[in-house]
Design a protein around this ligand. Sequence first.
Ligand SMILES: Nc1ncnc2c1ncn2[C@@H]1O[C@H](COP(=O)(O)OP(=O)(O)OP(=O)(O)O)[C@@H](O)[C@H]1O
Ligand SMILES: [Mn+2]
Ligand SMILES: [Mn+2]
Length: 659
Amino acid sequence: MGLEIVEPNTCVRGCCSSTCIPLHLPPSSYTLLSPIARGAESVVYEAFLDGNRVAAKKPILSTSEDLDKFHKELQLLCKLNHPGIATLVAAHARPPNYMFFFRFYEQQNLAHRLHVQEWTPHFDQALAISLQLAKALQYLHDQGIIHRDVKPANVLLDRNSSAYLADFGLAQYKKDIRAVSTENWRSSGKPTGGFHKKNMVGTLIYMAPEILRKDIHSEKSDVYSFAVSINEMLTGVVPYTDIRAEAQAHTVLEMSYTEQQLTAAVVSGGLRPVLAGTESGVPAIMLSLIQKCWDVNPENRPSFSDIVLELEGILQQRKEMEKEDLLLQKSSISNGHQAIDSMNNLHTYQENINWYTEGEYLSKKASSGVHSGFRIWLNSLDESSTYHPILSWGSFATCGKRESMEDTHFLMPYICNEKDVHVFGIFDGHRGAAAAEFAAQTLPEFLKILGSTCSPPDALFEAFVRTDVAFRNVLDSHRKSKRVTQKDWHPGCTASAALIVRNKLFIANAGDCRTILCRGGSPLALSRDHVASCLEERERVVSAGGQVKWQVDTWRVGPAALQVTRSIGDDDLKPAVTAEPEITETVLSVEDEFLVMASDGLWDVVSNMEVVSIIRDTVKEPAMCSKRLATEAAERGSKDNITVIVVFLRPVSTAERVY
Ligand SMILES: Nc1ncnc2c1ncn2[C@@H]1O[C@H](COP(=O)(O)OP(=O)(O)OP(=O)(O)O)[C@@H](O)[C@H]1O
Ligand SMILES: [Mn+2]
Ligand SMILES: [Mn+2]
C-alpha cells in the first residue's frame, strides 16, 4: 500500500510502534462503508484505505479499560507477521479515532461460511484450513502468546478459502497471564467473582475444561478450542446443538440445560461435541488427533508443533492416495451404466426434464443478462432518517416423512450486489416438484427485471404472475413436443417471498406457506393462508368460476381436490386458483427481531407463538434455528416436507460470551 509512515510512528501513548505499519493516518486516506459485523467489543466495517478494500475494526470504547485493551491489541498486532494471521495494514491510534485496518477477507469467517452459507468443505479443504490454522497458532505460541478465543468466527477466509487467524482482542503474553492470576490469588486469598470474570474469557462452547474450572489459559487451552473448531468444520454442527444424536448427553442445549449444566458436563462428565464420522470421508487418524486435542488433561494434548507434523503427515497420505486413484480410474469407468436404466423408469410422464434448468434458461432469456438493479427503490428512501436492520439468515429443508422433496427455496441477500436489498423465497410443490423447482429459479429473476420499472409491491405481484404464466407455457410446449406424455398432469406450487428494501419489508404470498415477524417478543403474521377452508377464499374461487366441495375432511377445489386456493401452475384450475399474491408492507424498527418463513409442513404442527418461543431457546444462529424448528415439526409428527428460513433483523451472537 502506498501509505506513508509519518514519524514518530507510535500511538498517542507511545506504547505501540512499528517500522512498517502506519499508526496514524490522515482522515482523507480512508472511507468507512457499511458494517460487516457487530461484536460485543467492536464494529467491523468494510472500508477503503488509500484506494484499497480493507476491513476497519473500530472498538467500542466506553471505559479507560477499553482503551488499554485497544493499545494492548495494537501492540500485539504490530509484532505479528505470519501468512496464517490476518494482516494488519494500518491503524489509527490517536484521539478521537481508534481503528485497526486489516486486509479484506472476502468470504468472511468460517462460522458464517459453515452455518449461514451451509458450506460443506471437502475433507481436503478442511485439512488445508486446519493446517493453516495450526501453523498460525504454532507461530503465536512460539512468540509466547496465547490467543484465548480460537473459534470458527475468528477464522477469516479469503476468496480461495485460505484461512487466517483473527481477533486478538483476548490474546495475551503467557507471562502476563501468570502475573495477573498470582496477584489476584494472593490479594484475595480465594477466587472472587471479579477474579473469575477477569480470567474466564473466551467463548463458552470452545472453552477447555480447565478454563471452565477457572484455571488460567495455557497453550493447551488453545489446542482444545482448535479441536472443537476443527470438529465443527468437519461436522457442520455448532457444538452441543446436534439434534440428531438421540438420548445422549450431547443434546444438552436442546434439552435447555443451562450454561452451568453444560459447564459441569464438559468439566466432570467428559462431555464433548459429537465427533465427525468416518462415513463423511474423514480419516480415522484425523478423528483421533481431535480427540487427543480435547483430552480433559491439558498435558495429554499435543502441542501445535506436534499437530502441524501430524496434519502434514495426513496431507502427504492424501496426496499419495490421489495418485493411486488416478491410476485406478481407467479401469473403473465401465461401472457407470446400470444407474441410467433405473433413472429412465422413474420419469413416466415427464421425460427427464430438469425444471431448475428450465427455469434458469427461461429467466436468462427474459433478462438477457441485464437489469439496472434496484437504485430507484433505494433512492426513493430517505437514507439518513431510516432505521437500518442488520440481517443474518439461514435455512433448513427436509423431505420429512415423504418419499420425495417437493419444497424448494432460495436465499438472495444483497441481490444484485445491493447492500440494502434482500429477497428470500419458499415454494411448496404439489403434484410433483416441477413448479416449485421452476419458480425458485425464475421468480427472483423476474423481480430483478421488474425492479427498475415498478414499485416493490408491484414488482412482487408481477413476478408471481409472470412466473406462473411462464411455467404453464413451458409445460404446454413440452406437452406439444411430447416430452410430457401424461395429458392430465398439472403440477403446481404455493409460494411466499420476502423482499427487504432497507427498512421496508414486503411479503408476497400465494398459498399456505406462511411468514411471521417477531416484534417485541410476539409473533405477527405477515401473510394469510390461502386455503379452501377459509370462507373469503372459497367465495373468491367460486366467483372466479371454480368449484369448491367438502371432500373427505375439508374444503377442496375442483376435480383435483386441491386444498390451496392460490398457486403457481395448476393450469387445470386457472384462473380460479390464482397466482396473484396478497402483499403486506411493514416498516421495520428496532423492535423487530426476526422473520420466520416456512412451508405448511411446519405450520401444520407448530403455532406462530411456539415458533417464537423455540427460537428464543435456541442458539442464536439462523441456520440452527431453522433446523431446530424443522426438527420440532418432524418430532411432532408432521407428515409433509418442511422448509424453514430464519432471518434475524438485529445483530445476534452465536454463543454467549462469559462476561
Ligand atoms: N479483515 C477482515 N475481512 C473480512 N471480514 C472481517 C475482517 N475482520 C473481521 N471481519 C468480520 O468481522 C467479524 C468480527 O471481527 P473480530 O472477531 O475481529 O471482532 P470482535 O469485535 O472481536 O468480535 P467478537 O465479538 O467475536 O469478539 C469477523 O467474524 C468477520 O466476520
Ligand atoms: Mn471475533
Ligand atoms: Mn407442504
